[in-house]
Design a protein around this ligand. Structure first.
Ligand SMILES: *Cc1c(COP(=O)(O)O)cnc(C)c1O
Length: 420
């Protein structure tokens, strides 16, 4: 019988309906613990920050809080959600390349600890709004390294929408000086985030070296940065094609390289930060669907499910691959390779292009694995499908952390002319 953390999959589907996002809470706790345990150095202060855009909701933020991690937010909505919990705003890092004046105001009023400044105009806006509030700042750097899954490239890629290019050092030092001159803004460090689903440790080694070299330059130019934030991007396991580096190993590599580089560069750096998002929540999450109709075409056996690109855009957006199983039938022999398609009006609404499964019947529960990151957070109302519910499961108990949206709720903000 198929279970998630001691609760039968069928029971979850019956109790909460489908499509349903189910998170194994113990698995997320284990990841948070592994990151906080592994990212430790005898020489450098360290901090693990959860990049909440991977999955942001109150229950998740409360979980992160328990492990003493920081929290990344990139919008007023993510920030608002965090401010509605007991999370200490001093441990929030506000990212993004276009924080609006209203969002900056909201963050200052909310006591957000750190702004990660992306560009000159944003720095000017912060300067305009800051009064007597003390705030910390990191400058986002585009280090000219881009990493995705199996490869990373070191380029002089100067056209990224994110961050200050390393080629414009004058702009960076000038911006840092202006911010420092305010007296209340403290430029603590530099930040970079080089990509996602990174399987190559060497990309981080390269990044650490570049960041230390640049931090040294800044210090020599009288911009005394003492913290380096290396961003996220740690890989998760989706299918047998993926070989993510174990968390302990990647943390070890990063910190040993940082220690070496710090020694080489005169010990200018005091604290190293990382920002895992996906790797904390991806594998803990699954999506449950009820199988509707089946259809055979000359080359395909389609399984239609009651969700699709509206609850998981990643296959359509990035050709992301997923593994799945049919609940309670995991031990049955394979019948054929199926194509799992959603119910949205879009030919690209295919969740899994080809997967061997036992004979699938209407009413079966199909469980798509590793949907914990960028699933719920990228969900849309396309075709006016309401957002599914989210359930956390732990030690045989399920708790609903986000209710299923109703049609009433979905249309509540729509105005209607009175008709006589
Ligand atoms: C998206 C993002 C992260 C997290 O990336 P993952 O691949 O989910 O680990 C961290 N930092 C910043 C600035 C990001 O934009």
């Amino acid at each position: 019988m198929s279970e998630i953390s001691g609760v039968r999959v069928r029971e979850l589907a019956e109790q909460f309906g489908t499509p349903l996002y189910v998170y194994d809470e113990s698995a997320m706790r284990k990841q948070l613990q592994t990151f906080t345990d592994s990212f430790q150095s005898n020489v450098l202060d360290t901090r693990v920050i959860y990049a909440s855009k991977a999955f942001n909701c109150k229950a998740m933020i409360e979980l992160v809080r328990e492990y003493g991690c920081g929290l990344d937010v990139v919008s007023g909505g993510e920030l608002y959600t965090a401010l509605k919990t007991d999370f200490n705003p001093a441990h929030i890092y506000f990212h993004g390349n276009n924080k609006t004046p209203t969002e900056i105001r909201m963050a200052l009023d909310g006591g957000v600890g750190t702004f990660v400044i992306d560009n000159e105009m944003e720095a000017a806006e912060l300067l305009k709004q800051i009064k007597n509030t003390e705030t910390d700042v990191f400058l986002r750097i585009n280090p000219g390294i881009e990493a995705h899954t199996h490869q990373y490239i070191v380029t002089a890629h100067v056209d990224s929408k994110f961050g200050f290019s390393l080629l414009e050092k004058d702009v960076i030092t000038e911006t840092a000086r202006k911010l420092q001159a305010s007296g209340t803004i403290h430029v603590r460090g530099i930040h970079a985030h080089i990509g996602s689903q990174i399987f190559d440790k060497q990309a981080y080694v390269e990044l650490v070296r570049k960041m230390f070299a640049f931090a040294k330059e800044l210090n020599d130019l009288n911009v005394p940065v003492s913290e380096i934030n290396l961003g996220g991007g740690f890989g998760a396991y989706y299918t047998a094609e993926d070989h993510p580096v174990p968390v302990q190993e990647v943390c070890e590599t990063i910190l040993r390289t940082c220690e070496e580089e710090n020694e080489k560069n005169g010990g200018i750096i005091r604290r190293i930060l990382i920002e895992p998002g996906r790797s904390i929540v991806a594998e803990a999450g699954s999506t449950l669907y009820t199988v509707g109709y089946l259809k055979k075409t000359p080359n395909k056996h389609y399984v239609f499910v009651d969700g699709g690109m509206s609850d998981n855009i990643r296959p359509a957006l990035y050709q992301a691959k997923y593994d799945a199983y049919v609940a309670d039938r995991e031990n049955e022999p394979v019948f054929t390779d199926y194509t799992v398609a959603g119910k949205c009006c879009e030919s690209g609404d295919i969740l899994i292009e080809s997967i061997p499964l036992p004979e699938v019947h209407t009413g079966d529960i199909l469980v798509v694995k590793t949907t914990g990151a960028y699933g719920y957070s990228m969900a849309s109302h396309y075709n006016k499908l309401p957002f599914p519910a989210v359930v956390f499961v732990k030690d045989g108990k399920a708790r609903e952390v986000i209710e299923r949206e109703s049609y009433e709720h979905m249309t509540a903000l729509e105005k209607q002319e009175e008709r006589s």
